[in-house]
Structures are given as C-alpha cells and as structure tokens.
Design a protein around this ligand. Sequence first.
Ligand code: NAD
Length: 254
Amino acid sequence: TTFPEQCSVILTGAASSRGIGRATAHYLAERGWSVGIIDLDESAAQAVAAEVAEAHGVTAAGAGANVADEAQVRAAFDALEPQLPQLVALVNLAGVSSADPYLEVTPDEWNRVIGVNLNGVHYATRRAVETMTANGVGRVVSMSSISAQRGGGTFSKTAYSAAKAGVIGFTRSVARELGRHGVTVNAIAPGPIDTDIMGGTLTEERKSTMAADGVLGRIGTPRDVAAGIAYLISEDAGYVTGQTLNIDGGTYMH
Ligand code: NAD
C-alpha cells in the first residue's frame, strides 16, 4: 500500500471560486499532487485546473459532470484518468445546501439533495475505487457535515442532514469492504466554513452567531478543511479508515 512516485487526486465540486474544493486543489497541488477536477460547469472546472497547473507546476485537468448522474460521472473519470498520473485519491466535495423546512420539503427537493449529496458520493466513489482496488492502493474522503451529527441547527435542513448522515454510514461500510484492497475511506464533518454555499445568507452577524456555537471564537476557512483532507489522503494516514473528522472549531464534540 505504498504510493507511486506520481499521485493524482480527483476532486468533485472544486470549481466555485470561494469554495472548499478550489482551495483544496491548490493546497494539494502545492504538496505535489496532480489534480483532476469534476464540476457541473465544465469550463469552470477546466479554468481551475489550468490555474492550479500554472501556480504549482503539476499536471491538472478538468471535466464537466453532474455527480447525480452516474453515466456523466463515469465519462468524466474516463476523460480525466488518461491525462493524469495514477489515481490515488478521490475527494467528494460536490454538494448543495437546502434550507427548506421539513414540513415544506417537496419530493423534487428531497431527491435533488439526496441525488447530489449522497448518490453523487456513491457514483464517484464506485468509479474511483475500481481503479484503486486494481492498483491495491487508494484514499477516499467525502464531505459530511455537523448537520448530520447534531440534527441540523445549520442553514440547511432535514434533506441535507439525512444526505450528510448517509455519507457517514456509506463511508464506514465502504471502508470495511475495501480495507483489504489497500483503500481507506473517511469523511470530514465541517462546521460553518466561510464559502458561498449558504447562498449569500452568511452575513457578518450570522458569522458571529455561528462562531459562538464553537469554542474557538471564529468560523472556519476553506484552508482549515483542505489541511484535514491533505492528511486523510496522505500515505501516512494509511492506518486511519472509516472515520469522521470534525473540522468545526469544537462545535460538536464526540
Ligand atoms: P460551494 O458551493 O462553494 O461548492 C460546491 C461545489 O459543488 C461547487 O463548485 C458546485 O458547482 C459543485 N456542485 C454542486 N452541485 C453539483 C453537481 N450536481 N455535480 C457536480 N458538481 C456540483 O460550497 P462549499 O462550502 O465549498 O462546499 C463543499 C462541500 O462541503 C459540500 O459538500 C458541502 O455540503 C460541504 N460542507 C460545507 C460547509 C460550509 O459551511 N461551507 C459545512 C459542511 C459541509
């Protein structure tokens, strides 16, 4: 289960300018990873890939796909893999928020949120681990949320909490099945992170309320999460699997 000399990571949901994914792509490229990016918006994915390659001198490539559509996900991996060194890690970041209260949630909204946040994690993971198990080494990290662990209490409501809780169960079960193939599978549960996912509702006032929920007196940055991802996909994290790492400023302690 040692890593090859050249390693690639594919990130889903890494094209938004202030998102966790783009920050993570830079953070990982700075540490020598070649980078593949899959996002809804193909030209944005390619633009972030070009920017990462330029800034850090690594190979990078982007592809467009809706992660809720398995055929699109498989086509994106098929397009990216030949352009990159060996695929060692997958980071599932593609996600959507959903502020609809439970009593108002429609079937379409429910299915949209589960489709992207849970099915999307399954489709990308399923495809990536085909390569990883064939090579006998791999790392998968998926974004859950403290919303899954403490019953909402965040911008997003029940559909989101259910999908993100699903990510934790998925992570544990796939970790158990794939450990003998040299593949580790972990989740990250971020607390409030300063990105645009809350659709412009993250005002300064809202930031201080959310900061007061934790014990460090601030909300998180994309870099806080990127550093946790870098650890979990590192060669040195080979004895860590099935875990959920909270990066939440002490908002949820367990
Ligand atoms: P963001 O909105 O900046 O990034 C989400 C990315 O996913 C965007 O690039 C978007 O284009 C992409 N995306 C959305 N739907 C997609 C689809 N169907 N197919 C492909 N790509 C799609 O948000 P972010 O805050 O960087 O969130 C990244 C991840 O972290 C998400 O899974 C989110 O749920 C999770 N998370 C965020 C926070 C937070 O406070 N920001 C907290 C907990 C968990």
